[in-house]
Design a protein around this ligand. Sequence first.
Ligand SMILES: Cn1cc(CCO)c2c3c(c(-c4ccccc4Cl)cc21)C(=O)NC3=O
Length: 282
Amino acid sequence: ESNISRYNVEFVELGVIGRGQFGRVTKCVNKLDGCVYALKRSLRPVAGSAAERAALTEVYAHAALGKHAHVVRYYSAWAEDDHMIIQNEYCDGGSLQQKLEEGPLAESELLLLLAHIADGLSYIHSLQLAHMDVKPGNIFICAGETERANDSDDGYGEDSPTSAHSYKIGDLGHVTCVSSPSVEEGDCRYLPKEVLQEDLTHLTKADIFAFGLTLFEAGGGGPLPKNGQQWHDYRDGKLPDLPNLSREFNQLLKKMVDPDPTVRPSASRLRKHPLLYPSCNK
Ligand SMILES: Cn1cc(CCO)c2c3c(c(-c4ccccc4Cl)cc21)C(=O)NC3=O
C-alpha cells in the first residue's frame, strides 16, 4: 500500500477524542483551511462484509444528508494503507452521554434537546432514511452555536433566533432506507421490540422510540436495561414517571415509547408539540 498518507499530509492531530472496537476518533486541524474536524480512522472492513456495507452506508447517508443544523456534517472519506477515514464536523461540546455524567438535564434543557433532535430526525426521515442508532453517545453538542435561519433555508432550519448551544445527531453507521429489508441493529438499550421481532414496517418510529428512551435517560431515568424484565416493561407501556418533569412531558415520553409504533408521534409532529410553544397554550 502507498505510504503517502493523506491523513498525515493534510491534517495535524490535536488529540484522541474517542476509541472503540471500530478504531479511533481524533480532533484534527486541516492544514489548508485551518479548520478543526473530527476524523474517525478505522480498519478497512473486509470486502463484501457487513462491516463494509455499514461503512459505505455511512458515507452514502452523509453524502445524501448534506448540510443540516442538527445533523453532524460530513466533509470527506477516503481509504489509505488498510484504513478507512471519515472527516466530519467537530462538535466542541462533547457528546450528550458525556454531559449526562454530570447529572440529568432540567426540563428546559430537555425541551431544547427535543426541538433540535426532532428537527434533525424530521430531516433524515424526509429523505426516506432512518438513523437506527439514536442514543446519547451519538448526539453531539456544538457549544456557542448561534442558531440563525440558514441562508439555504430548506424549511428544516432552526427558526429560533439564538440558542446557547446546539444538539446534533451523529454516527450514521446504522442508517437505513425505510424501504430496506436489511437493518443493522443499534444499541439494544434503545431498540424497540418490533425491530427485534423483525417487523421493519415502521423504521422511522424505531428512531422515535430510541429518542424517547434517550430523553427519559437524559431526564434522570437511566441507566437503561439491556435485557430482562425491566427491558420488557419499558416496551410494554410501563415507563415510570420522572417526578422532576411535568405531567405533560411524562405523557409525551410514554407516547414516544408506545408498544404500537403507529401511536408514536412522527418527528415532524414532535417539532410542533405544544410543550415547545409554552406561550401559546396559556
Ligand atoms: C467520540 N467522539 C467525540 C466527538 C467530539 C464530541 O465533542 C466526536 C465527533 C464525531 C464522532 C464520529 C462518530 C461516528 C463516525 C464518525 C465520527 Cl468522526 C465521534 C466523536 C463526529 O462526527 N463529530 C464529532 O465531533
